[in-house]
Design a protein around this ligand. Structure first.
Ligand code: ACO
Length: 280
C-alpha cells in the first residue's frame, strides 16, 4: 500500500506534561526509515532539544511497528541508483539523527510497541532507556536478505548483549519477543502492550523530577566511561561534575540542604524538591 505523505508527516510529535511523544509515522510501511523520515527526525529533534516545555522525549511508532529498519526501497535501492553520493547522503541523514539522539540534551526513552528490525537498533541504542511490549518483535534480519548488520547494528548488539547472544542473533536472523529482549538486556523491561504507555509515562515523570543538568551529565557519563580505563573514567567524571557545577552549582547545594538541614527527604529513597531550588 502506498500513502502520499509529505516529509513533515513522516514523524508525529505531541507534547503533554513536559513529555514529547515522537512517533515514526509510516505505519503502512511498518515505519521503515526512509530518507524523508530521517531528515524529518533530525528537524523534530532540533526543535525539541532546548524547548523549555520539554523535559523527556519518548520515541514510539504509529501502528503495529516501532520501525521495520531501513526502507529497502527508498533508503537502499533508490539512493544506490544515484551512486555513491546518494548512498553517503542517506547514511549521513540516518546516522546523523541517531547520533544526535545518543547525545541529546534531554533524557530519551524508546517505547517499542511492535516490530523492531535492523537499522532500528540505531535509534533503540540511542535512547537512554528502552521499554518494550511483550508482543514486540526484535531482529537483526540483515543476514536474511544478504547483508551484515551495518549502520551500527553489530555494535549495538555487542554493546547490549552477551557475546554469544549477539553472535546468535546476528548470524541466525531469528527474531525474539519483548520478554526475551528484556532478558537479554536489549531493553530495560518488557510488559503487556496495553500497559506500555502507562509504565513509560511513569518513568518519564520520575525523570522530570530530577535535576536536568545532573541528568545530562549522568547519561553522557554512562555512555562515555564504557570505553575508558578506570583511571581515565575517574578523571573524566571529576571534570564533568566540575563543568556541570558551572551551569548549576545551586542544585547539589540545595540537594544537600534539604537532606542535611531541612531533613525533608533522603537521597537514598527519593529526589530533592527542585521547585524549592527554583523558588530561592
Ligand atoms: N523496507 C521497505 N518496505 C518495507 C519494510 C522495509 N524495511 N518493511 C515493511 N515494508 C513494506 C512492505 O514492503 C509492505 O509494502 P506494500 O504494502 O507496498 O507491499 C508494507 O511495508 C507492509 O509490510 P508487510 O510485510 O505486508 O507487513 P507485515 O505486518 O505482514 O510484516 C514485517 C511486517 C515482518 C516487519 C515485514 O514487513 C518485514 O519483514 N519487513 C522487513 C524487516 C527488515 O528486515 N528490515 C530491514 C532490516 S535491515 C536494515 O535495516 C539495514
Amino acid at each position: 500500500m502506498n500513502i502520499e505523505r509529505t516529509e513533515e508527516q513522516t514523524v508525529l510529535c505531541t507534547v503533554e506534561g513536559r513529555i514529547a511523544w515522537v512517533k515514526f509515522n509510516r505505519p503502512e510501511k511498518r515505519n521503515a526509515m526512509s530518507p524523508q523520515l530521517n531528515r524529518q527526525m533530525m528537524r523534530v529533534l532540533d526543535e525539541l532539544e532546548f524547548r523549555e516545555d520539554v523535559g523527556v522525549v519518548v520515541l514510539s511508532g504509529e501502528g503495529s511497528a516501532w520501525t521495520a529498519g531501513m526502507d529497502l526501497k527508498e533508503y537502499f535501492r533508490e539512493t544506490e541508483a544515484t551512486g555513491l553520493k546518494g548512498t553517503r547522503k542517506a547514511q549521513r541523514e540516518s546516522y546523523g539523527w541517531w547520533c544526535r539522539l545518543r547525545w541529546f540534551q534531554k533524557p530519551t526513552i524508546a517505547m517499542v510497541n511492535g516490530w523492531c528490525f535492523g537499522g532500528g537498533y540505531g535509534p533503540l541504542f540511542a535512547c537512554d532507556l528502552a521499554f518494550a511490549a511483550d508482543e514486540a518483535t526484535f531482529g537483526l534480519s540483515e543476514i536474511n536478505w544478504g547483508i551484515l548488520p551495518g549502520g551500527g547494528a553489530s555494535k549495538v548488539a555487542v554493546e547490549l548483549l552477551s557475546f554469544r547472544n549477539a553472535m546468535y542473533h546476528a548470524m541466525m536472523g531469528e527474531s525474539i519477543d519483548g520478554r526475551t529482549a528484556a532478558q537479554w538486556g536489549l531493553v530495560n523491561e518488557s510488559l503487556p502492550l496495553e500497559s506500555l504507555q502507562e509504565r513509560v509515562t511513569q518513568v518519564a515523570r520520575v525523570l522530570l523530577q530530577k535535576n536536568p543538568i545532573a541528568l545530562k551529565a549522568t547519561k553522557d557519563a554512562i555512555r562515555r566511561v564504557q570505553e575508558m580505563t578506570y583511571d581515565n573514567a575517574e578523571d573524566y567524571l571529576v571534570r564533568v561534575q566540575e563543568a556541570a557545577n558551572s551551569f548549576d552549582n545551586e542544585g547539589r547545594k540545595e540537594g544537600m540542604r534539604q537532606f542535611l538541614d531541612d531533613k525533608t527527604y533522603k537521597p537514598g529513597l527519593g529526589t530533592y524538591d527542585l521547585s524549592k531550588q527554583e523558588a530561592r
